[in-house]
Design a protein around this ligand. Structure first.
Ligand code: ASP
Length: 365
């Protein structure tokens, strides 16, 4: 696509909500998996709670949920079958930040990042040091790998083959002619066909997930958090954008807040959340600010759509006056045979709702 064309597709994108009002009011936005998180955060805001406490309590629900395979407990593991979590927080009123990365055995890493912010002279603690820091505060250690996530990991290991079609993790030379799915069933005899199909789908197309959650209260205070299990099957120790202040999260309550989900490598290279906040500082509305950041990602590939088509990335922005937007690189993605558009969650005092993301490039089915 030529530059002029993708500018046109951005202009033709469905208009994301740009809620404008006279003064600040309580509002929480998040990635699409955060409807419950937004509702919880709103409850805390309504009770007069701090904006960072609100978003951390919100995302804790998602970290605790074994069915969200991209965040916290139940997240898909690294290539060795070990779940490693990343998280960051930023507190607008005090302008402080905290982050943890590659954390093993600790479920609520947004809360742990908040502890780094509040109880240390550091901003970021990673790996074994982060687990030991949590241990020092008496935070219980648990195995974060659920059976469901382990099944998907094993399906992934069984799917890897050398050019001759061999795989040491499945049928050996001396084995009867079994299929990988049948091999999985010997370990999980109770697993339904859907479950096995899900595991192989995750092996081939692991969901990207993560939750980013941003809040504004009626006093004009803002905070945000991003928490994730990162990319499935990653190399141990790989850190994505979520715990990187300025990439996966940025808050400046004089201006607004922004965050991201999707392929973190792209975001780190252009400091997405900070770019969006700076765009808003210079007058762009939240949607334009997010689309501009996405254009920089496209530019990093010289707008090569074949390469860009291999990943997804989304940005979310909340301005200090309550205007907000979500925007994705692509107009949608094929999920279970149909094209689904990208969405984000919003709660402005009632029930949480999903709104459509604006987008930069149109993905044809
Ligand atoms: N952004 C996360 C990361 O790169 C992953 C995701 O959102 O799916 O670690």
């Amino acid at each position: 696509m030529r530059r002029r064309d993708w500018l046109i597709s951005a202009a033709a994108a469905p208009v994301a909500a740009q809620a404008m009002q006279a003064g600040p009011k309580n509002i929480v936005i998040s990635s699409a998996n955060g409807q419950n998180a937004c509702a919880k955060a709103m409850e805390v805001l309504k009770a007069g709670g701090d904006t960072l406490e609100a978003v951390v309590q919100g995302v804790t629900l998602v970290e605790d949920d074994p069915n969200d395979t991209s965040v916290g407990y139940g997240g898909l593991p690294n290539e060795e079958g070990i779940v490693e979590l990343d998280a960051s927080v930023m507190h607008g009123p005090t302008r402080r930040a905290g982050a943890v990365a590659s954390v093993r055995n600790i479920k609520n890493v947004a809360r742990l990042a908040k502890l780094v912010m509040e109880q240390t002279d550091h901003v970021m603690i990673v790996g074994e040091g982060a687990t030991r820091f949590a241990r020092a505060w008496g935070i219980p250690e648990i195995n974060l790998l659920t059976e469901r996530a382990r099944m998907a990991w094993m399906a992934w290991k069984q799917s890897l083959r050398d050019p001759e079609g061999h795989n040491n993790w499945t049928d050996g030379l001396d084995a009867p002619d079994t299929k990988a799915a049948a091999a999985l069933r010997t370990i999980w005899p109770e697993a339904s066909d859907e479950m096995i199909a899900w595991a192989f789908d995750m092996a081939r197309h692991p969901t990207t997930g993560t939750i980013n959650c941003l809040a504004l209260n009626s006093k004009g205070e803002m905070s945000g958090t991003t928490t994730t299990s990162g990319l499935a099957w990653k190399i141990p120790g790989r850190v994505g954008d979520s715990p990187i202040i300025g990439a996966g999260l940025y808050v400046d309550q004089e201006v607004g807040a922004a965050g991201s989900t999707g392929r973190g490598e792209e975001n780190i290279r252009m400091a997405g959340a900070h770019t969006i906040v700076e765009n808003m500082r210079h007058g762009m509305d939240p949607q334009a600010a997010c689309l501009d950041a996405l254009k920089r990602i496209a530019r990093n590939y010289n707008n090569d759509q074949k390469k860009l088509n291999q990943f997804d990335i989304n940005f979310y922005a909340l301005r200090k006056d309550g205007a907000y937007a979500g925007a994705s690189l692509w107009s949608g993605r094929v999920r279970r045979g149909y094209m689904a558009s990208f969405e984000f969650s919003v709660n402005d005092g009632g029930a949480s709702r999903l709104e459509k993301c604006a987008w930069l490039l149109e993905r044809k089915a």
